[in-house]
Structures are given as structure tokens and as C-alpha cells.
Design a protein around this ligand. Structure first.
Ligand code: UDP
Length: 472
């Protein structure tokens, strides 16, 4: 008799950077024969690229959607409205959906089994209450970089030993209370909510409470390479008895299933990719183009956009720049005096298939906001970075990339055109060889980890075994 397969219900935080890695994991689980229901908000469900193709490719991958209760014209970015919607609207809808899935399973025994566990990411803490109420184990997938999660878990200790809130304005002071990060962390590398005057400030307390909730998870899944984050992970293992490092997930998926061969290169995207930029890239010499993207959440002031524009044009290098329509609240028209040189050297797009762009032979560097997905994608592509961290885990990532791994250069917070120009020239010129050689070593570690026998490859097998052994 065929073995009854478990059924994992996945609910990602409803933002692009969270949805894509969890979709990669959903595909990997389905590839192993498990049932997965991937739950989106209605808004994201409609926009998710290649949904039909994925369902055809993976017969055990099911898509469901629920209302987020937000008005039609809400921008649905990382905002207090979205955080409130999670607890007030999404939570009851999610609970109802789980009940419906269980009921359908009872009526329809052989087709889709009842849920065996819930998998969600760190920011969706309401799911812990729902899972406990329904008696389901919860697996917590952590989208931000693990060093950030570990730092957040240590915040109560930092408050206790007087390192938080900061006693003065010197942002270079070393933070010593995060084991595994000795000699690396400074005040300026901590997230924005640590820059408050009172330990009981609501944003700091919110971050502490949300992170402490994760301790209730049956297992923690991290999108990283064990060998890259081992010092932190060994400390985290004292709190979380089951940790699975599966990163870089997109590379693990590619190595097991072959992303390009499925013709789903931009799967998991909420926006339509500009394909013409690939032809534009084809027309440039090897490693000559700097790719610029600030991810999906960062907003720039009009003045910052202009500084980047001048810096890029003045660097003399061709550039491909992802300029989301909401990147700044003002307009971001080409400054008139730069129109000619932008046309000659630049290509501006709304959205690209980033993995493909990073892998293109004419791209030689990545000016990034240091989001964790972008950083892992750059590592897999072996592409040196210029880091301009902006929020959340970006600061810790940028510090690790530039200081510890030495695979990038850090741009000052107060970016100005001459700084940008000289950084681009340095990365694409005199520093290239040195940074590339560190990058090649880190990139090899990442690619080895997803190959047969590598740590992420093995951990995926163990995770699947763990899920199969859950009582269901
Ligand atoms: N991305 C993309 N096309 C773009 C810009 C971004 O596919 O034009 C993807 C990118 O590959 C990454 C994600 O969007 O997977 C951004 O995630 P990240 O964690 O780097 O940044 P955040 O979403 O937190 O801003």
C-alpha cells in the first residue's frame, strides 16, 4: 500500500521577499511527494507568476487564498496596517481555512490528507496560536538572515547588561552580548528599532515579543549555509533543539529540479519581468555592467535617487537599474542633464528576473540594499557587491558581507554622488580581483552545500523525514 504522505500548510508573510523562498521550499517538499497547501492573500494570489504552471508541474501543490481585509488601494507594503491586518483579518480567515481543509480531507479521504503541520515565517506569529489551538505542530521558517534573528533573540540580554538603549550617540561602539558575533557587531549594525531612548519603547518591545514567540516552534528552518553561519547557529541550537539550514533555497531548488528547464525562471514574482533587458545585457562586454536594485521595500527620497543617478552615470560604467514605481514618493524622472548619458549607458526597468540578471556574463557587480534574498542570490552567482543597507537585517548583512566575508564594499548611509561614483569604479576596477577571489570561495561553499552530500542537501532530507514522522 502506498505510504500516506504528510500535508504541510504554508503561510508566508504576504510580501515578495517572504513569498519566494517559501514557494521554493513548497516545491522542494512536493518534489519529495509531500502535499503542500500554499496560502496567499487574495491580492497576492492573483498576481503570483506561473501559478498554473506550478500546479501542473507539482500535482501535490495546492494554492488557496484568504482575504487580508485591507482596502483595494492599500499599497500592501511593510506597514502597521499590514501588521494589524495579520492579527485582525487574516488570522480568523486562516483558522477557518485550516478547518475547511481538514473537513474536506475527512470527506474526500484519499485525495488530500488533513494538515500535518503548519509552516510559516517569523513575522506571522498569530499562526502559533492557531496551530496550538488546532493541535498542529508549527515549523518556523525564518526569512531574515539568521544572524539578525539571533541578535533579536539576544535583545533582552543586551537590555539587561546595559548595552541597550545606547547611552550616548557613538554608533561605533562594539556590541558584545551576542555570542558568535564577537568583534563584528557595532551599534550602527543593529536594526532601527534599537535606536530608541527607552527599553520599554513599543517598537523594541514588539520586536522582542515577536522573536520570543518563535521559541514555541517545533523546528526552525533557516535559509542559510550552515558553514557560513555556524558560530551563531551553534548558540541558537541551545534554544531551538531542531534547526534545519537549507540555504540558499533557490539554489537548492535549482540543483534538485532545474529551474530554467521548467521555464519558470521568474516564478514566485508578484511583478512582470522586463525581458528586453536581457538583450540589452547581451550587447555588453563581459563583467562590464553594474546591476542596481534596492529590493521590494526600501524607499528613497528624491534627493537620494538623484545622487545615485549622478554617481552611476559619472562612474562611466553601464548600469541596469531596477526602479520600482513606488521607490520614491516624488517623481523619479531622469534629470534633464543626464538624459543623454543615461540613454547611452543605462537601462531602467520596473522589475527583472533577478536570478537571471545576476547570472548574466556581462554583469560584474551588484549595488544592493543588502536584503537577505538578494545577498544569497549574489553569492550563488559569485557577484561582488556594493552594500547600501537601509532597514531591518540589512545592516547586519552588509557588515558581514563587507567586513567578515570580504565580498563587498559598504557605502555610507549618507550616500553622495562622488562616493557612489568612486565605489562603482573601485568595485569594477582595482578591487575587483581581491573581492572576486573571496567571493569565489564563499560562492563555492554555497553551491557545494546544495549539491549531493552538502549540508543543505542533507538537511532537506532530514527535514522531510522529520515531517513524515510527525503524528498525523
Ligand atoms: N527581485 C526580483 N526582481 C527585481 C527585484 C527584486 O526578482 O527586479 C527579487 C529578488 O530576486 C529577491 C527579492 O526580490 O528574491 C528581494 O528580496 P530581498 O530579501 O533581497 O529584499 P526585500 O524584499 O526585503 O526588499
Amino acid at each position: 500500500m502506498a505510504m500516506k504522505q504528510p500535508h504541510v500548510v504554508i503561510f508566508p508573510f504576504p510580501l515578495q521577499g517572504h513569498m519566494k523562498p517559501l514557494l521554493c521550499l513548497a516545491e522542494l517538499l512536493c518534489h519529495a511527494g509531500l502535499h503542500v497547501t500554499y496560502v496567499n492573500t487574495h491580492h497576492n494570489h492573483e498576481r503570483l507568476a506561473n501559478r498554473q504552471a506550478l500546479s501542473t508541474h507539482f500535482p501535490t501543490l495546492h494554492f488557496e487564498s484568504i482575504s487580508d481585509g485591507l482596502p483595494e488601494d492599500d499599497p500592501r507594503t511593510l506597514s502597521s496596517q499590514l501588521l494589524i491586518a495579520l492579527k485582525t483579518s487574516i488570522r480568523p480567515h486562516f483558522r477557518e481555512l485550516l478547518k475547511t481543509i481538514s473537513l474536506k480531507a475527512e470527506l474526500n479521504d484519499a485525495l488530500v490528507p488533513p494538515p500535518s503541520c503548519i509552516m510559516t515565517d517569523g513575522l506571522v506569529t498569530f499562526a502559533f496560536d492557531v496551530a496550538e489551538e488546532l493541535g498542529l505542530p508549527i515549523l518556523s521558517y525564518n526569512v531574515p538572515c539568521p544572524r539578525y534573528l539571533w541578535t533579536c533573540l539576544c535583545l533582552p540580554k543586551l537590555i539587561e547588561n546595559g548595552q541597550l538603549p545606547f547611552q550616548d550617540d557613538d554608533m561605533n561602539v562594539e556590541i558584545t552580548g551576542v555570542p558568535g558575533m564577537e568583534g563584528l557587531l557595532r551599534r550602527q549594525d543593529l536594526p532601527g528599532f534599537c535606536r530608541v531612548k527607552q527599553a520599554d519603547h513599543p517598537s523594541l518591545q514588539f520586536a522582542i515579543n515577536e522573536t520570543q514567540t518563535l521559541k514555541r516552534a517545533s523546528a526552525l528552518i533557516l535559509d542559510t549555509v550552515y558553514e557560513l553561519d555556524a558560530p551563531c547557529i551553534s548558540h541558537m541550537a541551545l534554544t531551538f533543539p531542531k534547526i534545519y539550514t537549507l540555504g540558499p533555497l533557490h539554489a537548492l531548488l535549482n540543483s534538485q529540479i532545474g529551474d530554467m528547464s521548467r521555464g519558470l525562471a521568474s516564478h514566485g514574482s508578484l511583478w512582470k519581468s522586463d525581458l528586453n533587458c536581457m538583450t540589452w545585457l547581451d550587447s555588453h562586454p563581459s563583467k562590464s555592467v553594474i546591476y542596481v536594485s534596492f529590493g521590494t521595500l526600501v524607499h528613497l527620497t528624491r534627493a537620494q535617487v538623484i545622487e545615485f543617478w549622478y554617481g552611476l552615470v559619472n562612474s562611466g560604467h553601464p548600469f541596469l537599474w531596477v526602479m520600482r514605481s513606488d521607490i520614491t514618493s516624488g517623481d523619479h524622472q531622469i534629470p534633464a542633464e543626464l538624459e543623454k548619458s543615461t540613454k547611452e549607458r543605462g537601462y531602467i526597468v520596473d522589475w527583472v528576473s533577478q536570478e537571471e540578471v545576476l547570472a548574466h556574463k556581462s554583469v560584474g557587480g551588484f549595488l544592493t540594499h543588502s536584503g537577505w534574498n538578494s545577498t544569497l542570490e549574489s553569492i550563488v552567482a559569485g557577484l561582488p557587491m556594493i552594500c547600501w543597507p537601509n532597514l531591518g537585517d540589512h545592516y547586519i548583512i552588509s557588515r558581514t558581507v563587507c567586513r567578515q566575508w570580504k565580498i563587498g564594499l559598504q557605502l555610507n548611509e549618507n550616500c553622495d554622488r562622488s562616493n557612489i561614483e568612486s565605489m562603482v569604479q573601485t568595485l569594477m576596477g582595482p578591487k575587483r580581483e581581491e573581492i572576486q577571489s573571496s567571493m569565489d570561495a564563499i560562492s563555492k561553499l554555497a553551491r557545494d552545500s546544495v549539491a549531493e552530500g552538502g549540508s543543505s542537501h542533507n538537511n532537506l532530507e532530514q527535514l522531510i523525514e522529520y515531517i513524515r514522522n510527525l503524528k498525523h
